[in-house]
Design a protein around this ligand. Sequence first.
Ligand SMILES: N[C@@H](CCC(=O)N[C@@H](CS)C(=O)NCC(=O)O)C(=O)O
Length: 216
Amino acid sequence: MRIQVSAFRWVPPFARGYVRDLRVRWALEEAGLPYEAVLIDGQVQGFPDYRHWQPFGQVPAYRADGVEMFESGAIVLHIAARSEALAPKDPAGWARVMTWVFAALNSVEPHVQGLAQIDIFHAGEAWTTERRPQVVGMIEKRLAALSTWLEGRDYLEHRFTAGDLMMTTVLRAIKDDAILARFPVLDDYRRRCESRPPFRRALDAQLRDFQEAMSS
Ligand SMILES: N[C@@H](CCC(=O)N[C@@H](CS)C(=O)NCC(=O)O)C(=O)O
């Protein structure tokens, strides 16, 4: 069975290229595994069949050979366990990959998400004026630590892994360019990871699906 990944048929322009199925597409491109995108819309999100695949009605969900999954981090780790391109096979190396995937999702992404809530989803609301500096402060605290870690390194470990994939998708979700610009080590790191051909192919595929869905 061909690998299937759920993705949205349409999202507003600001979200194109950032929807989390990109993580799974990128992992599959790194691993050289072909897949098909199952495009869904707001109505399908609520269908019992889809909820059975993704209980929260979100994307991405993944299915292949009797394996059904949701949560982009879990899916990326599942793919990484099958491909040397995303993780070394030795237990110590694999443990580091898992560690960085969780670090990206658990220690950095919540703060980045907090900023997206303020700048995108609640833009202009009075409470955001007071809250924003605190959220930016938390992001900068995490970015400073990450920047220290990455000083003198190309990747989080001695080679590119699923941890870098996940961290990059979190960093590029910081839409306020001024924040990342204050951490040149991280900006370079993000660009280094984004310049990988599998990332470009994954991004192009997501954008192409939006384009085709809009013109059909
Ligand atoms: N923790 C989930 C989050 C998934 C998520 O937030 N997906 C967004 C798109 S990036 C979504 O489906 N939003 C629509 C919704 O929540 O109804 C994951 O990493 O897979």
